[in-house]
Design a protein. Structure first.
Length: 263
């Protein structure tokens, strides 16, 4: 009996051994074929797969989106800070009182850099377009000859208001003055007699330079403007008014920029 059991186990082992050898002998060519195929296509795999792994599209998109959000949030924080600074300034919200006897109507459109003054005077229509300049007489921070900073630089700073005055009499030509107002006086830079249908006619003769005119004629033209309300005493009011306008326009600009960034 034991010998028959041993013989049975031996036969079973031999069958398994032969079956295994047939299985591996059949599968081995497939294995080598697959390996050969993968080797033949390996350059393509090496060129495509690493790029995808290095730069997954979703990861790049997330990175760009994250950077955009971070930059936008930072800009909004800075804008909020600047808006608060303007709102907390000493001059914010102050009303500018008109001086006694101010003869002009003020036309101030939000978003415009200029202010228009209008009035009628003895049959004339007078319009003054007011600009704000912050030019200085001399460069601030400039050193003097011995290399030391000029202590009077701050005092040399002269804010200037530029105005263009037009005086009309009906449908005919109109007279136009370009002037500068400062704390000391009204300076006439130039003057010209223009036509409504060709106000920018470069070929028209406009007379000599104002500074080349006879001194008495210059004085008479200054008096001509002063009688119509255009004189140096306007400076204090216009300077204060234009500074207030500049602050309002800046605040509106900041808010518009913040609204755009926040969309």
């Amino acid at each position: 009996m034991p010998s028959s059991i041993a013989s049975s186990l031996l036969c079973r082992t031999l069958r398994l051994s032969r079956s295994s050898s047939r299985f591996f002998g059949h599968c081995q060519p497939l294995f080598y074929s697959s390996l050969a195929s993968s080797r033949s296509s390996s350059p393509l795999i090496r060129s495509v797969v690493p790029q995808i792994l290095r730069n997954p599209p979703s990861l790049l998109s997330f990175r760009f989106a994250s950077s955009k959000v971070s930059a936008d949030e930072n800009l909004k924080r800075v804008l909020d800070s600047e808006i608060n600074c303007v709102l907390q300034s000493n001059t914010h919200g102050q009303e500018i009182e008109l001086p006694d006897g101010f003869p002009f109507e003020i036309i101030d459109n939000p978003g415009n850099q200029t202010v228009i003054l209008k009035r009628e005077f003895a049959g004339e229509n007078i319009q003054v377009t007011v600009f704000m300049n912050l030019d200085a007489e001399g460069d601030l921070g400039e050193n003097d000859e011995d290399g030391s900073e000029d202590d009077n630089n701050e005092s040399s700073f002269q804010p200037t208001i530029s105005v263009v005055v037009s005086i009309e009499k009906g449908e005919g030509p109109f007279l136009e003055f370009s002037c500068n107002l400062n704390a000391d006086e009204l300076e006439i830079e130039s003057m010209a007699l223009k036509k409504h249908d060709a106000p920018d006619d470069q070929g028209a003769y406009q007379g000599p330079e104002f500074s080349d005119l006879d001194e008495n004629l210059q004085k008479a033209l200054h008096k001509y403007l002063a009688v119509r309300g255009i004189k140096g005493s306007l400076f204090d009011f216009l300077h204060e008014y234009m500074m207030s306008k500049d602050e309002k326009e800046y605040l509106a600009w900041l808010k518009n920029l913040k609204e755009f960034v926040g969309k």
